[in-house]
Structure formats: structure tokens, C-alpha cells
Design a protein around this ligand. Structure first.
Ligand code: FES
Length: 220
């Protein structure tokens, strides 16, 4: 026997409608809140990063890395090497490879030059025949010890801090050596010890003790 349910009373119908309305309104309100939170986070993240940047930033992007066996660098030779910037990311690819020149003046005595000219940063080339570094951009020339020979550069080539440890030649790599972060590592011959911090102790060339038009070591 087909038994039909009685239709809901008007009060019951009204109650069900109200329940549906509240449920839809609550859902839309939650979606709105979620969207607002997302937009707020998206907008605030770069602003917070910008404000906290100076606090979180590392002061010194340099660390010791090995560039080869000390015994592999022959006395009297200047060798072009390439190292990988220790603060690079895997996706930096070849842009993280940085060239430098290693000079071994005598066994155990090394100087590692930044390849960039001290004038405007062009890569200098080493010519073993003339024992000179030459810059192709504006004709800057440096002696084998990195000191300025002639041309626009006002100082010698910049050098890296280096040491030999367990037979390995190591340099402090990361930021390229410049006047700002590396000058003054080697004081001028006969000069009084610098009062300023070692990183910024000497920014001008040393007085010349060579012939006219030359300057002695301005290696930073
Ligand atoms: S960049 Fe080397 S001389 Fe100007």
C-alpha cells in the first residue's frame, strides 16, 4: 500500500529554508576570509622580507675554498684557474665559475689575483712572454707581481686572501676582492701599521720606488 507522507507544515518549510540560507552564507563567508588571508600573505611577504633583509643578511659572503694542490703551481709561473663561487646556486650554471690568476713566485709563496682590472673591471690577460698582465679595454698594464705598470688603473690588481693547508692552496672566495672588502691586506713597504681595520686600511697606491711612470706593489 502506497502510504504518502504528509506535506511539511509551513513552519517546518520556513525552518528548512532558513537552515539552507545560513549554510550557504557561512560557506561564502569562509571562502571570502580564505581569499583575504591569501591576498594578505601574498602582499605582506615581500614587504616583511624587505624590512627584515638588513637584519637577516650575512655580513661577509666569503669562505675558504681549495683551488688546487700547492705543488701543482710551478715557481716562476702564473696560472689561470677557475673556481666555483661557494655562494652560488646549482641553477647559476657557468655564471658561478670565476677565473683568477695564481702566481707562484717561489716554492710556497703564492699570490692569487682577481682577474678583473682595477680600472673598470675588464678581465686582464697574462702574457708570459712579456711577463705582464694586460687589460684589453683601455690598455691597463700590470707587472707580474700585480702592481700597476701603466694605463688608467690607479692601483695594482686585487688579490685574494690565500693560505696553504695540508698541501692545498686555498683562497677566501665569495665576494670578489675590491677596495671595499679586501684593500690593505699588504701594507706598503716601510709603511707604519694601519690604524683602520685591515679590510679598508689602504685604498691608495703605494709611493713609487721604480722608474718613472710605475708604482710599486699596490696589491690589495
Ligand atoms: S678596464 Fe682595464 S684599463 Fe680600463
Amino acid at each position: 500500500m502506497d502510504e504518502k507522507l504528509p506535506p511539511p507544515s509551513p513552519e517546518e518549510q520556513e525552518r528548512r529554508l532558513e537552515h539552507e540560507r545560513v549554510t550557504r552564507r557561512t560557506f561564502l563567508m569562509n571562502v571570502g576570509i580564505a581569499l583575504n588571508v591569501l591576498v594578505t600573505v601574498a602582499l605582506a611577504t615581500p614587504v616583511v622580507g624587505y624590512l627584515l633583509g638588513p637584519v637577516m643578511r650575512r655580513k661577509d659572503y666569503r669562505e675558504w675554498i681549495t683551488i688546487g694542490n700547492a705543488a701543482d703551481f710551478k715557481p716562476g709561473e702564473t696560472t689561470l684557474i677557475t673556481y666555483r663561487n661557494p655562494f652560488s646556486d646549482p641553477w647559476d650554471g657557468d655564471t658561478a665559475k670565476i677565473p683568477a690568476y695564481v702566481r707562484c713566485s717561489e716554492p710556497g709563496n703564492f699570490t692569487v689575483f682577481a682577474i678583473n682590472c682595477a680600472h673598470l673591471g675588464c678581465p686582464v690577460r697574462w702574457f708570459s712572454e712579456s711577463q705582464l698582465f694586460m687589460c684589453p679595454c683601455h690598455g691597463g698594464i700590470y707587472y707580474a707581481d700585480g702592481s700597476r705598470a701603466s694605463g688608467p688603473p690607479e692601483r695594482g690588481l686585487f688579490t685574494y686572501e690565500q693560505k696553504v693547508q695540508d698541501g692545498k692552496l686555498m683562497i677566501k672566495a665569495g665576494q670578489l676582492p675590491t677596495l671595499r672588502n679586501r684593500a690593505g691586506a699588504a701594507p706598503c713597504p716601510g709603511a707604519a701599521p694601519p690604524k683602520a681595520p685591515a679590510l679598508v686600511a689602504r685604498i691608495e697606491s703605494c709611493p713609487s720606488t721604480k722608474g718613472p711612470g710605475t708604482s710599486t706593489s699596490t696589491i690589495g
